[in-house]
Write a protein that binds this ligand. Structure first.
Ligand SMILES: [Zn+2]
Length: 318
């Protein structure tokens, strides 16, 4: 009972402070240490992902993920890296999310490659004479008319560049559910134990989940924008940081800030070659590591301002 009362008082104070600060004081920021990053190589095993002329997404995402692990270990030694896979294995996305949550990551980075379908063209090639009949019975007469003829063909899609996704703001409920299911990950152990005494539908608890979900969205948005900024510095064409309205299941299912990096287009010959090269893979790993370093610095020294990101990450049309 004592515990329950203490918890109630603590929680009320926390809720009042945090909600009042977040709502009324936009400069309120919470500093936090970045300790563990979960790197997820997209697809794997029987799930090949996209395919180029000679390579598959599952192999490139793994090579880039491994290069990223190496780069982060070398450049940010105080951060631990957890890999959802290090070999060519298949896991359902639910399993990937479970692994990330069990590893209690502070950040989730999923590596993928893009694919743009061929472009269809239609070209006028001339007229064909067609015979037809007009009138009825005895008046029926044969006639001809000219009909336009077209040739259709496809060419490979020139789309190229990088894009970094976060979950859409309209998918906030799913993210909040992930936080509810893994609340011990973002509350220190004492608060977590105390919170267990509360009904999960308690409105005070709901406010905490809500604030946390919003905060994770802002952090993810900040990192996504930084990743694309870093890609631009290397001369890669950036297709921007985007929120996917349709949602990206795994990004919503992990109870931590999360981004998905589309590292380039396998449907573009120049980019398929780049993505398969050791130089390209290392460059992508360096870009993401530089962005993580900037994100980590802001998070740990200044905090990331809630509500500052919504308008900067465009909505994807996918
Ligand atoms: Zn993919």
């Amino acid at each position: 009972m004592f515990k329950k009362i203490t918890a109630s008082v603590l929680l009320t104070v926390f809720v009042i402070c945090s909600s009042a600060f977040v709502i009324e004081n936009p400069t309120y920021v919470q500093k936090q240490k970045l300790r563990r990053i979960v790197i997820d190589a997209g697809h794997g095993g029987s799930d090949f992902g996209a395919s180029g002329k000679y390579s598959h997404e599952k192999d490139i995402s793994l090579a880039v993920a491994l290069a990223l692990e190496k780069e982060i270990n070398a450049q940010i030694p105080d951060v631990e890296v957890y890999m959802t896979r290090t070999t060519d294995i298949f896991d359902r996305v639910t399993e990937k999310a479970n692994k990330a949550n069990a590893a209690k990551g502070d950040l989730f980075i999923s590596i993928h490659c893009n694919d743009a379908g061929p472009i269809r063209h239609s070209e006028f090639i001339g007229y064909k004479t067609e015979t037809y009949y007009k009138g009825k019975g005895k008046n029926k007469k044969k006639a001809t008319r000219k009909v336009k003829q077209y040739r259709t063909y496809t060419t490979s899609n020139p789309a190229k560049g990088t894009e970094t996704f976060i979950w859409g703001l309209n998918k906030t409920d799913a993210k909040e559910k992930a936080l509810r299911d893994h609340e011990d990950m973002f509350l220190d152990s004492i608060s977590a134990r105390e919170l267990q005494d509360f009904d999960p539908n308690d409105p005070e608890k709901a406010i905490i989940y809500n604030i946390k979900t919003k905060q994770y969205f802002d952090r993810s948005a900040r990192l996504a924008l930084t990743v694309e900024e870093e890609f631009k510095k290397t001369g890669r064409p950036s297709r921007q940081a985007q929120q996917r309205g349709k949602g990206i299941w795994v990004l919503q299912a992990v109870a931590m800030p999360a981004i998905l990096v589309e590292t380039g287009f396998l449907s573009n010959q120049e980019e398929e070659d780049y993505l398969n090269s050791v130089v390209g893979q290392k460059e992508i790993a360096e870009v993401i590591t530089n962005a993580v370093k900037r994100y980590k610095y802001t998070l740990e020294t200044k905090g990331i301002n809630p509500g500052s990101m919504n308008t900067e990450v465009v909505n994807s049309n996918k």
